[in-house]
Design a protein around this ligand. Structure first.
Ligand SMILES: *Cc1c(COP(=O)(O)O)cnc(C)c1O
Length: 384
């Protein structure tokens, strides 16, 4: 363990170590940190479902059996295949206009398994956006496929790489629909148009930060841009806006069958408890009704972006994920401390997590945040 301690000392010395020392208690849109109540701007509860006791009560009165904790005892391929899972998959597929859907225990399980299972077909070349999530990177690492990264949302760069892919290979283009560090949406229509020019290309979209919160029915950026049918592999998670746990991929029936045969995180991991899947299903099927929540979320996001412009605070995009571009690591930590002490739970995101000189504070807004909750933060930023 001596070498481990040495490495940890090094990480501490460059202020790059992580720890689990801070504990949070959640109180709706607030959280308490070391006894201080703060507005929680570091979560992913975009629809404000954390506060919805009404939904929890309704769920339990409909399904009292799920009030008693119990596990599924085995993998989906063994006894873990309860009928609710298949029923839910049919509902997801119908909602997202796909032939089929398949559940995973988490987004991390889904991305790592899908990319490696696809690559095991051979002749696959992965082209991933520079900013894709770590679970996608790990899926690429687990796979035997060749891969390249293209500059974030740079379609010219992507097309240059695409045009060079050997004609016998299947290029898989992997993007997120709404990026967690930059808060910017992806132009999926342009990517769909590329499929006409490169008919071998498969389009893989991860909607983790958008499902529930974007689109008329809450079905994500693909719904908003009217391209649901054109995405080959559409991944979403239940852990963020849906306030549950688990993930899905919506795709064609052939790929679903291939994944049941090859997706190792599906085959070799115990299926989620039925109660968790039932809660995800209850909320997923409610998504079309959360119209008011999405309206409020967008409206508070537009207000925050307008105020930030007024005080010349640089940001990106115009969504409910608002990165405040601060610059250097030290300055970012200083501003984060001011905001934290002022009652806002924010985290500095520093180089090397983000490029040098773009250290930032990420504000993650929710549908239950009001203008009066956030105006004091703007005031602190103005006087920083
Ligand atoms: C959070 C996230 C995941 C991981 O999902 P979990 O269900 O938390 O494992 C995958 N992809 C993206 C883009 C994410 O933001």
């Amino acid at each position: 363990m001596y070498r481990v301690s040495q490495e940890l000392e090094y990480l501490d010395s460059i202020q790059a170590s992580r720890s689990l020392e801070r504990h949070y208690e959640s109180y709706g849109k607030y959280c308490s940190v070391k006894g201080q109540l703060r507005l929680n701007l570091s979560g992913n509860d975009y629809l404000g479902l954390v506060e919805r006791e009404d939904l929890r009560r309704e769920f339990l009165s409909l399904y009292p059996v799920y009030a008693v904790p119990h596990g599924s005892t085995s993998s989906r391929l063994l006894l873990g295949n309860y009928s609710l899972a298949s029923l839910f998959e049919e509902e997801i597929a119908r909602a997202l206009r796909k032939e089929s859907a398949l559940l995973f225990n988490s987004g991390y399980h889904a991305n790592t398994a899908i990319l490696s299972a696809l690559s095991s077909l051979g002749g696959v070349h992965i082209l991933a956006d520079k900013l894709v999530h770590a679970s996608i990177i790990d899926g690429i690492r687990l796979s035997e496929a060749s891969f390249e990264r293209f500059r974030h949302n740079d379609w010219v760069h992507l097309e240059r790489l695409l045009s060079r892919v050997d004609g016998t290979k299947t290029p898989i283009v992997v993007v997120e629909s709404l990026y967690s560090m930059d808060g910017d949406k992806t132009d999926l229509r342009t990517l769909v148009a590329l499929k006409e020019k490169y008919p071998q290309m498969l389009l893989y979209v991860d909607e983790a930060h958008a499902i529930g919160a974007v689109g008329k029915h809450g079905y994500g950026v693909a719904e908003e841009q009217d391209v649901l049918e054109d995405i080959d592999i559409l991944v979403g998670t239940f852990g963020k806006a849906l306030n549950s746990m688990g993930a899905y991929v919506a795709t064609c029936t052939a790929l679903k069958r291939w994944l049941i045969n090859k997706a190792r995180s599906l085959i070799f991991s115990t299926m989620l408890p039925e109660a968790t899947t039932a809660w995800s299903r209850f909320l997923f099927n409610r998504l079309p009704t959360f119209v008011e929540e999405r309206k409020k979320l967008n409206s508070i996001a537009q207000s925050v972006h307008t105020w930030l412009k007024e005080i010349d605070c640089a940001t990106i995009g115009n969504s409910y994920i608002v990165p405040l571009l601060i610059g250097g690591n030290e300055e970012c930590c200083r501003v984060a401390t001011i905001l934290q002490e002022g009652g806002f739970e924010v985290r500095p995101i520093r180089y090397p997590t983000v490029p040098q000189g773009t250290a930032r504070i990420r504000l993650s807004l929710t549908a239950t945040m009001r203008e009066e909750d956030l105006l004091p933060l703007i005031d602190l930023l103005r006087r920083r």
